[in-house]
Design a protein around this ligand. Structure first.
Ligand code: SF4
Length: 380
């Protein structure tokens, strides 16, 4: 049986057990959606490992290599990346490095490999007895002196670079994050762990601290959960087609997905159709970015020119002028306006001086309420 990654275990819960079976069979899947993120990661790693080199030149070399030779992931070769995706990845990495220079030096490891046997003995990443493997973007180990207590403690910082807009606070409690905390806890036995999401698109960090002594039971429970997952994945796994097929990397290669699409069950057919559209639309969008739409039968597929109303930059001034001409006050004008969440957040950013203050204000002036949202809702 193979060594599992956190992402393999996630296939079981996010998609279905059969997705793990397809993974075990090395079923190929489309990795092109990962190009931008892969290149951004590779550039940040190289900058961290070569602090004396010019970051721009480091990025250019990675782009040239990944767009000509391609790369290998876990010894499986991948085709070259499209130049546009690579350049986007390079921009994300360089912009990040400009704002948060990539750290280097003693105790800092970029692309830190971890591997463990089924009894949680640490082994080399490619060791045949490994049962659980993971590569962490950055691990920093620091000794910190507490002048109040006179004690020194060890802090491990685990940094995960993310290129998705939606990777924020919630991501700090994901299964992947728990796996990262467990492997660093077992390997370094630190006193504290700081989990960090470095969101390259949002250009901001999200943190969570774990006190490894006070929260030892929690870490132990996370470790036990990984052991249970590994034992489960070693078994023959039956398929469970359904909502999990949405965003399943194996849907184009899965017989159970095909049966679902061909079934007479309107719900199953609907799920399959949504997944097919989700896979096809990005491809068609990409083709037609610089191409006219394609005629199919009585209509066109691609981008069509349409018109919509946009508010001019002078609109606020014009409205204010007309309002005051009719003796209206600013207070009355403000009271007559419908505020959207987006506008409230924008104003809050301008009138507060810290993130905490902003969040408190937004909490004070907004409320959550239930509403009915139609679609496919996956189990959490
Ligand atoms: S497509 Fe659906 S049935 Fe097939 S592996 Fe993915 S989740 Fe499972």
């Amino acid at each position: 049986m193979p060594a599992y990654h956190p992402t393999t275990i996630r296939l079981h819960s996010n998609n279905c057990p059969h997705a793990v079976e397809l993974w075990k069979l090395n079923t190929p899947y489309d990795r092109s959606i990962f190009h931008t993120g892969v290149i951004a990661h590779a550039i940040l790693e190289e900058i961290g490992k070569n602090p004396d080199k010019d970051a721009r030149q480091v990025a250019d070399k990675i782009v040239e290599k990944y767009c000509s030779e391609g790369r290998a992931y876990d010894s499986i070769p991948e085709p070259p990346a499209p130049l546009a995706d690579a350049l986007e990845g390079a921009k994300l990495a360089l912009d990040w490095h400009r704002k948060f220079p990539v750290p280097f030096g003693d105790g800092i490891t970029h692309e830190h490999p971890f591997a463990f046997t089924d009894q949680w003995a640490s082994v080399d990443y490619n060791d045949k007895t490994a049962k659980f493997r993971t590569l962490l973007d950055v691990v920093e180990i620091h000794e910190e002196y507490n002048s109040d207590t006179g004690e020194t403690h060890t802090r491990a910082i685990i940094r995960d670079y993310k290129t998705s807009w939606v990777a924020t606070y919630d991501e700090l409690d994901s299964f992947q994050r728990r796996c990262q905390a467990v492997v660093v806890w077992l390997f370094y036995r630190p006193d504290f762990i700081t989990l960090e999401i470095a969101n390259l698109r949002l250009r901001c960090n999200f943190f969570k601290e774990i006190d490894c002594h006070a929260q030892q039971n929690m870490l132990q429970e996370w470790q036990d959960n990984i052991s249970t997952a590994i034992r489960t994945l070693d078994k023959q796994l039956n398929p469970n087609p359904g909502a999990g097929c949405v965003q399943c990397q194996y849907s184009p290669y899965c017989e159970y997905f095909d049966s679902m699409y061909k079934s007479d069950d309107v719900y199953r057919k609907y799920i399959a159709a949504k997944e097919i559209v989700a896979k096809l639309e990005p491809q068609i969008r990409k083709i037609h970015k610089a191409k006219p739409p394609k005629r199919i039968g009585l209509g066109l597929v691609g981008y069509a020119q349409k018109k919509r109303k946009k508010i001019l930059p002078t609109a606020q001034q014009t409205i204010l002028q007309k309002w005051t001409e009719q003796d209206g006050t600013l207070h009355e004008l403000f009271a007559s306006m419908d505020l959207s969440i987006r506008v409230v957040e924008k104003i809050a950013r301008k009138i507060t001086s810290s993130k905490k203050e902003r969040e408190q204000l937004i909490q004070q002036i907004t409320k959550e309420e239930p509403y009915s949202s139609f679609g496919i809702h996956k189990d959490k």
